[in-house]
Structures are given as structure tokens and as C-alpha cells.
Design a binder for this molecule. Sequence first.
Ligand code: IPE
Ligand code: IPE
Ligand code: MG
Length: 258
Amino acid sequence: MLDKFSLKKKKKEASASNYSKEHIDLSSVPSHIAIIMDGNGRWAKKRGLPRIAGHHEGMKVVRKIVKASNEIGVKALTLYAFSTENWKRPKSEVEYLMRLPEEFLGSFLPELVAENVQVRVMGNKEQLPAHTLRAINKAMNDTKENDGLILNFALNYGSRFEIIEGIKQIIKDTNNGKLSVDDINEELFSEYLMSSDLAEPDLLIRTSGEVRLSNFMLWQLAYAEFWFTEVLWPDFEEKNFYQAIVEYQRRGRRFGGV
Ligand code: IPE
Ligand code: IPE
Ligand code: MG
């Protein structure tokens, strides 16, 4: 780790094109980073390729960013892989996206196991095809004892769905006497969300120039720092990731205080 002076100097020198791990202050790395991985389709279109080629390329970037997160001590990385709205896409694209977890885990699960990564999935699993479910269940099972980086895929995830499901469960638990209305507060409500055992994200990254949440972690992102880049997900590299973290580290988080 660099001393404060050299760290400052390094930060000054850095431009978007040359951020490296050395620019990061390892004592204040965001614990939980959430990423809306966007722009795969446009990446493919620019090259005259089918959209699925962009998704395939994006998968390799996931591997790189998981590695980088692990190296700098990020505790949890949540990746938006498929939204509850993405079913509206052409059938062939949806089918490919539902094959991606198998493809990704088929290639990388042994490495994730070796790197002490714990794989999790949050989303409505009931609607997933059996083959997708098999692949993620195996990954979750094979890595459940790992206590390193939590790699949390948001798959068939929608924040409004999650909130409604949480409310329904709270009402059930109230009706059956497990809860009383006076028990309901922010902390309790968080426990009824799919991310219940994760800290809230500190940093949200969205690629591809879109500046919206697209139904992602509406509750949990209440106080996250947002960082947007024009870079399309398949072009996203470690240096972009480090830049996001350095810029996060320059911000003052006040949480309503002064
Ligand atoms: C993100 O890339 C991946 C998913 C939403 C599954 P897109 O497929 O949304 O790419 P664009 O936004 O069309 O470029
Ligand atoms: C959000 O991206 C979902 C994922 C990245 C999985 P979209 O590309 O689906 O979002 P919109 O439709 O542009 O808002
Ligand atoms: Mg998109």
C-alpha cells in the first residue's frame, strides 16, 4: 500500500485511461458494489454481430471484474444479469440469456471455488428454466462454504417484485402472529428483501450511458453513490472499474448529516 503522499500524486496523474489498482485507497474500498451491466446489444450492433455475441463477450468481463473485486477486498458484488422486464425481448435472445449462467459457470466455477468466492442468486427463481436453475443451484451449493467475495447475480430480478413479495410475507407473518404491526420498521423490512443478508451497496455502477435504475435495488440503493460511464459493458475493463472506485473514494458521504 502506498503512503498518503504518493497516493495523492498517483491520483492526480491518473486519467480515465490509466487507472490501476495502485490508485485505490485499500483502507476504504466499497464493501458492496452493484453493477447494471448494460450495452451488450449496442456493442454487438456496432460490429454487425447478433446481440447474443454481445452477451457472450459481456460474460468474459464478468470474470475480469470478479477477479479485480476479489483482489482489492470488495466483500460483495451484485451483478444485474436479467431483469423481470427482460422477458419482453425476442424469444431467441431470452433463451440465450438463460443459457449464459450455465456457460459462465461451466467455464469459471472451478476458479470461483478456488478463489473462495461464494455464488448467490437473487430473483424470482420460479420462472427460470430447469437447466438454468440446475446450473445456479450447483454453483451455490459448491461455493456455500466459501467465505470470500460474495458474487450475487440478480437474475430475473425486479425491485418492485421483490418489495411486493416482501410486503406479502410481512402481512402473512402479521396475520399468523409472528409479527405485530409495531414490529415493522426499516430494519425489519430489509430482512424481507432478497438481499436480506447483504449490506446495502455503497457504489452503483451502470455502463453504456443510460442513466436510470431500470427497477434495480430501489430500496437498497437509497444512499449508494452512483457512477455512470459511456463505456459499453463488453468494453468495460479493470481500469474503468478502478476509476469508479477512485471517484467513489473522493466523494463525501453524509447520509443526511453535515
Ligand atoms: C445488458 O445489455 C444485458 C441485459 C440486459 C441482459 P443489453 O442487452 O441491454 O444491451 P443494449 O442496452 O441493448 O445495448
Ligand atoms: C437493465 O438493462 C437490466 C440488466 C442490465 C440486466 P436493460 O437494458 O434491460 O434496461 P432498460 O430497458 O434500458 O432500462
Ligand atoms: Mg440495455
